[in-house]
Design a protein around this ligand. Sequence first.
Ligand SMILES: Cc1cc2nc3c(=O)[nH]c(=O)nc-3n(C[C@H](O)[C@H](O)[C@H](O)COP(=O)(O)O)c2cc1C
Length: 175
Amino acid sequence: MKMFVGYATKEGQSRKIARHIADFAFDTGHSVEILPLNDTSDLDLDRFDAVVLVAPIHTGHYPKALSQFVSFHSDRLEQKDTRFVSVSLAAADYDAEDWRELDHIVDDFSEATGWTPSETKHVAGAYLPSKYDILTGFIMRRILTKRDPDVNPSEDHEYTDWVELNAWINGWLNP
Ligand SMILES: Cc1cc2nc3c(=O)[nH]c(=O)nc-3n(C[C@H](O)[C@H](O)[C@H](O)COP(=O)(O)O)c2cc1C
């Protein structure tokens, strides 16, 4: 399969997840191209059989680069096998309220862009105080200590479950 992996990111975790997906696909015999979504102006989606888009939630929204890409390529995306990987801290929890919120965010995004992927996969992201400015660091620290009181809020912490992610990609690409 010929696959395009596009990503948007602020602190880098979605890029890391996108690269992981691309490497996994390549290692299992697929042809892959990976690009940041804000660098796709001359991309021809007709060259690909499948598209994976990876993007994080920041304050309840996905980055503009994602909605712009999806709106621009909406006709092509409808004709292909498309997967959306939504990266967030809420996906690290088992809290029902958090998951309802994730569903709302995805539904709002689908409604706004008209894109319904073949599948949406929620993946836990990372808490990265080494990359936050002072205000963001302050806010994120308060959120984290509520969510995960056992973690040292001064240190970076990755919640992404790579084994589960591998199982998901494998189930899709190599059924
Ligand atoms: C300013 C800010 C706002 C965030 N807002 C949310 C949010 O509304 N819901 C959520 O589940 N995670 C939220 N997160 C967590 C991010 O989704 C998570 O850190 C993710 O790994 C970021 O991906 P990136 O490194 O690709 O930007 C937020 C993180 C930051 C820094």
